[in-house]
Design a protein around this ligand. Structure first.
Ligand code: NI
Length: 194
């Protein structure tokens, strides 16, 4: 093997190692807990700042949506409320959090009142558009305003619909499909919360 040949061979091995490391990293960031969720500061219905740290010691069930949502959000919140009842005493260590993706209409008071109608155990949170953008990015939640009229007097907000279970230490535990029935939801939470 010539010197050049050997260099190419070494480069090839290095490149392969790099690819392997990169794919491992991508796989990890896709699967691993580290990249879902993170610190946030939002506002509750009383106008008080609420951070992720306020939920430490409890499991947090995070869901993003908005109060004008015609179907998915109210159904999901009803299922969460029903699941809490099915879970019995374990429900006491779960804090469901409903974060708006429509801060323009969902003021902290509006979303808190809406969430509480489903269950007083569900905390509704809002914030500035920048705060909402930041927390949605941390949870990889997509949302986009979808105007219904030219004047945008009425609009819907398309948004991804996944429930995120976070552990008592704030770390990501598991995603749960938002279209689960209340029974499926209670069972999945019961399994994940040890
Ligand atoms: Ni919705």
């Amino acid at each position: 093997m010539t010197v050049t040949g050997r260099s190419y061979a070494i480069l090839g091995v290095l490149f392969a190692a790099l690819l392997f490391a990169a794919s491992g990293f991508l796989w990890f960031s896709d699967r691993g807990g580290a990249t879902v969720g993170g610190p946030f500061t939002l506002t509750d219905g009383t106008g008080k700042p609420v951070t992720d740290r306020d939920f430490r010691g409890k499991y947090m069930l995070v869901y993003f949506g908005y109060t004008h949502c015609p179907d998915v959000c109210p159904t999901t919140l009803s299922d969460i409320a029903a699941a809490l009842k099915l879970m019995g005493p374990k429900a006491a260590s779960l804090a469901p959090v409903f974060i708006t993706v429509d801060p323009a209409r969902d003021t902290p008071a509006v979303i808190a009142h809406y969430a509480a109608q489903f269950s007083p155990a569900i905390t509704g949170l809002s914030g500035t558009p920048a705060e909402i953008e930041a927390v949605a990015a941390e949870y990889h939640v997509y949302y986009a305003k979808h105007p219904k009229t030219e004047a945008e007097l009425d609009y819907s907000v398309d948004h991804s619909s996944v429930l995120y279970l976070m552990g008592p230490d704030g770390g990501f535990v598991a995603p749960i499909p938002a279209n689960s029935s209340s029974k499926e939801l209670a069972a999945a939470l019961g399994r994940a919360m040890r």
